[in-house]
Design a protein around this ligand. Structure first.
Ligand SMILES: NC(=O)C1=CN([C@@H]2O[C@H](COP(=O)(O)OP(=O)(O)OC[C@H]3O[C@@H](n4cnc5c(N)ncnc54)[C@H](OP(=O)(O)O)[C@@H]3O)[C@@H](O)[C@H]2O)C=CC1
Ligand SMILES: N[C@@H](CC=O)C(=O)O
Length: 430
């Protein structure tokens, strides 16, 4: 038996167009395998007369009234793929108040107002799913919920912004920052305003959501103090690559005991790791857990059809719950109360870039009691440094008018009690 579910959608841009395309192409399979006919009843947009990448199915209403979609009594399920914060929040609240389940790709909103929206959805016995909000086409949230149900995650390290990874990969291959950003925008990877992509905030929102699913821990932006990629040069990316690292904007959360050490920052990822090979718009989430050990989930982190696929998988689950009348269980059930610390505050190795003289650096290293290995003209690898040692090095070089760019080397962090994951520091005279 086939059940028809009436769906409303807010937004018909990159992701919304992908949803329409996939819905049309997969209609038969969805009916055959799920017993569902998903009827797109209405779509709300901002500019009613703007040209569209897709033709809507016959019978689908195009409107510029969000209200008309989220209050339509015939619509049972609403897809929010328009972005924005306040407008999307109001729309989702109204949809839930009208008893509709909601699927969203909006990480900004789910990271900052997810708790309240989830509570409202539960009170209304509706579903609120947001798989597409993290890592685009990779089904990482449901994997963490379902496949790690009995396991304990001890670390996640993710390349979870397609735009930033695309830019860093392109700069390593010789493109300029602005060429690479423009290409990412043309491909539909970047947000309407790419500030959050390159500034690290998009990655931060996604880590906040990932952390809830992986550790049950709610994080705040303040705790993460994110850094973006805007200060990085193509030369630094290329020199790092020559020396054996890929520069990546990495989101990390690492549990030891009841502490969770977190960071969102550009780091040098050793080329010996699989994560370093995640390039272009691809995302990668490395998960370490007690039972499974190390796993890496990779796939397209942005883009029309890949993201739409995640949206539609949520739609199918929510539609099945509607049929069974079992809606209202929160997407994430994992809750913990860990002490959040900064990975940046721990001792670790760094890749540093400076045009300082070798002699000056050698003196600074001797006085600071650490060692340096020179890799390329301006690129050096330090032994394990405390933050105080790193600060002092920057001060020493600044006194000579020299600048220092320091990239933490991923997975080189040590604590006084626990070596989370470390390799031997290299002590080679320069
Ligand atoms: N692009 C991607 O690869 C991914 C995006 N996401 C998320 O998905 C969401 C959508 O992204 P994307 O498709 O790229 O965005 P786009 O900018 O391509 O599309 C946004 C759509 O929403 C509509 N819209 C915007 N504001 C309003 C409003 N006030 N009222 C009615 N309609 C409105 C726009 O209408 P109009 O066309 O008329 O201007 C447009 O159709 C965002 O939350 C984004 O973060 C998540 C994962 C990947
Ligand atoms: N702008 C985002 C889109 C997906 O979330 C990205 O580049 O990753």
């Amino acid at each position: 038996m086939t059940t028809t579910i009436a769906v409303g959608m807010l937004g018909l841009g990159t992701v919304g167009s992908g949803v329409v395309m996939r819905l049309t192409q997969a209609a038969r399979k969805i009916e055959q395998t799920q017993g569902l006919r998903l009827r797109l009843a209405a779509v709300a947009v901002h500019h009613l007369n703007a040209p569209r990448a897709v033709t809507l199915p016959i019978g689908t209403r195009l409107t510029d009234s969000i209200e008309a979609v989220v209050t339509d009594p015939k619509i049972q399920l609403v897809i929010e793929v328009m972005g924005t914060l306040k407008t999307a929040e109001r729309a989702i609240v109204t949809a839930l108040q009208h008893g509709k389940s909601v699927i969203t790709a909006n990480k900004d909103l789910m990271a900052t107002a997810g708790e309240q929206l989830t509570a409202l959805a539960q009170r209304q016995h509706c579903d609120l799913f947001y798989e597409a909000s993290v890592a685009g086409g990779i089904p990482i949230l449901r994997t963490l919920t379902d496949s790690y149900a009995t396991d304990q995650v001890t670390a996640v390290a993710g390349i979870i912004n397609g735009t930033a990874n695309y830019i860093l990969s392109a700069m390593t291959a010789g493109k300029t920052y602005s060429q690479a950003l423009a290409a990412a925008q043309r491909a539909g990877y970047a947000e309407a305003d790419p500030t959050n992509d390159v500034g690290g905030l998009d990655t931060t929102y996604k880590l906040m959501i990932l952390s809830q699913f992986a550790f049950g821990q709610q994080l705040t932006i303040d705790q993460l103090a994110p850094q973006g990629i805007t200060q990085l040069t193509a030369e630094a990316c290329q020199q790092a690559a020559q020396a054996g690292w890929q520069v990546k904007l990495l989101a990390q959360a690492q549990r030891f005991g009841d502490q969770l050490a977190c960071r969102v920052a550009p780091v040098a990822v050793p080329q010996t790791t699989a994560l370093s090979q995640v390039k272009g718009v691809q995302n990668g989430v490395a998960v370490t857990s007690q039972a499974i050990g190390d796993s890496l989930y990779t796939g397209p982190g942005a883009g029309s059809t890949a993201t739409a696929n995640s949206v539609l998988n949520d739609v199918i689950v929510a539609a099945q719950q509607l049929v069974r009348q079992t809606c209202g269980r929160a997407f994430n059930q994992n809750h913990a109360d860990l002490t959040v610390t900064r990975l940046a505050d721990l001792s670790q190795r760094y890749l540093i870039f400076t045009d300082s003289s070798v002699l000056k650096l050698q003196r600074a290293a001797n006085e600071g009691d650490f060692s340096l290995q020179r890799h390329t003209a301006d690129c050096y690898e330090t032994s394990v440094l405390t933050t105080a040692q790193l600060r002092q090095l920057a001060v020493d070089l600044a006194s000579d008018g020299r600048e220092l760019t320091a990239l933490p080397i991923a997975f080189s962090t040590v604590t006084t009690t626990t070596a989370i994951k470390t390799t031997q520091p290299v002590h080679v005279a320069i």
